[in-house]
Write a protein that binds this ligand. Structure first.
Ligand code: S6P
Ligand code: ZN
Length: 191
């Protein structure tokens, strides 16, 4: 772990950090039960379960005062009409926010609170998003052929709670309708 201030570069084009400590890769099977079209999802998994997204983390101690940061690369894809997305999560320590900046591609952040408020923000390169404390967040790639790349930063003690979202998914989903990204209600929430 570094003990003096440091900097690093992002590889031109791919935006992969030139130095990182942790690399996470998630295949389509990591989102079991989350996509609307279960048959299409199973077919994609059966056909080789391709890589859906990758996260490059600059590791820091998981402590208040530290800022965890890195790069997330969500590859394009569709499951039925639904765009490729991350698992999404609340932070275990609910009152911790997160900053995202889109570096490449076209996507969205789907967000909600446990009380049922929902929000969707669309992201293009150069746009910065602030996810408020207490809001679960999931990124979605809306492009047919381009990676959706974002820089993220959040408090070191946040932690990740995936299980709350895994139960019913997010209240809103992003699907293609008449060639356009469209926000629909998730039927698992009774919509
Ligand atoms: C962490 C931050 C991102 C996500 C990444 C992958 O708090 O929100 O680094 O971890 O976008 O998403 P997920 O939901 O699989 O962790
Ligand atoms: Zn987060």
């Amino acid at each position: 772990m570094k003990t003096i201030p440091f900097s690093f570069d992002l590889t031109p084009g791919t935006f992969i950090p030139t130095a990182y400590d942790n690399y996470i890769r998630r295949q389509y099977s990591a989102l079991k039960g989350q996509y609307l079209d279960k048959a299409a999802h199973e077919a994609i998994i059966a056909a080789g379960d391709p890589l859906s997204y990758e996260v490059y983390e600059i590791r820091r101690p998981e402590l208040t005062g530290e800022i965890l940061h890195g790069i997330s690369i969500l590859h394009p894809g569709k499951v039925g009409d639904e765009y490729a997305m991350t698992k999404g999560h609340f932070h275990t320590v609910r009152d911790t926010g997160e900053v995202y900046m889109c570096l490449k591609g076209t996507g969205a952040m789907v967000m909600e609170t446990e009380a049922g408020e929902t929000a969707v923000e669309f992201l293009v390169p150069g746009r910065v998003l602030y996810v408020l404390p207490n809001w679960a967040h999931r990124s979605v790639n809306l492009s047919a052929d381009e990676d959706f790349v974002i820089f993220f930063a959040y408090p070191g003690h946040s932690g990740h709670d995936y299980s709350t979202i895994e139960k019913y998914g997010f209240r809103k989903l992003l699907v293609e309708r008449d060639g356009q990204p469209t926000i629909i209600d998730n039927p698992r929430w009774g919509g």
